[in-house]
Design a protein around this ligand. Sequence first.
Ligand SMILES: [Zn+2]
Length: 354
Amino acid sequence: MFQAELYDGLSAKGKTVWVEVHESAILLTAESYRQSYQFKEIDVQAKLGQAKRIVDLPNGVRLEAANIDALEDAISSSSIGFWKALHYLENHLAWVMVSLVVTVFAGWMFLQHGVPKLAEYVAEATPPTMEKNLGEQVLKGLDHKLGYFKPSKTSKTRQLEIAAALKRLCQDNDCPEYTLNFRDGGVIGANAFALPGGIMVVTDGLVELAKSNDEIIAVLAHELGHVEKRHAFRQSIQGTLAGLMLAAITGDVSTLGSGLPAALMQMRYSREHELEADRFALASLQKSCLPPRAFAEILYRLQNQHPHAHGEEGEKKADKEEGAESYNPMSDMLSTHPNTMDRIKPFLEAEPQC
Ligand SMILES: [Zn+2]
């Protein structure tokens, strides 16, 4: 039995009552007052610091008492056990710190591994036509809205020659569906992109920079690797998911809150994607009797063209290409960049297969 204040939910004034705890019910008694409640009708609120304990009864009636141990022991349901444990954790700083670390770590792991996996599932469940529509919208944006691209000045003959060479590569290999687009890249300079839906873009700058068709085909083979694995589409989904998740956690929908970490994450994953695309390029060049060295050589030349380009330009959904990720001995020494020499090495070492 314990004493408690009873509030009837109608007046602010409480009434002191005795609470008798029975096997499956409580009996409240006071002068000219007697009322019993079954355990299933009552709801014990979680303990909060040193505050009085609150027990909700039907029809807005509530009990307040300093100590309700007798009642809690009698109910002793699993949910009470949970709240007791929670109260213990909340009142011990070490546990609070451990929980904080675990929560942050779990969130980070989810961003690093869960979100990309989720993006993969979403991409798999999305019909290819939808992905292609997205890619077309992005290209339209780059052409008109953002004005990155202008119509290509590469001659039609040269364009057809490159398209035919790429087609030959795909006759020897299992290429994904693609469309090849030529553009004047303007400030983007020499570059190539794979947009969602297999839409590949080559800039005039890249065509001019290449010393042979093999070099252009080598870059396009790498792009086909991105197309094959739907990297551009998956990254767009990943960015959106990460942004939504961070906005949900922080309640901050500003660009800084949701955009920056998402961008950082995209960079982390684009490296893995680069390696996947490289493997596709190397295998298809070898199968098609083209020299794998061509890939390494155009990467060197791209790097010299963009000595300071580390991906600051370019459209978010577009795959930041060779200009941003090519071999740079200086940054390799400083190890501020992924070890791109490792990326190129297989192309330099590869034996011709025919
Ligand atoms: Zn790439």
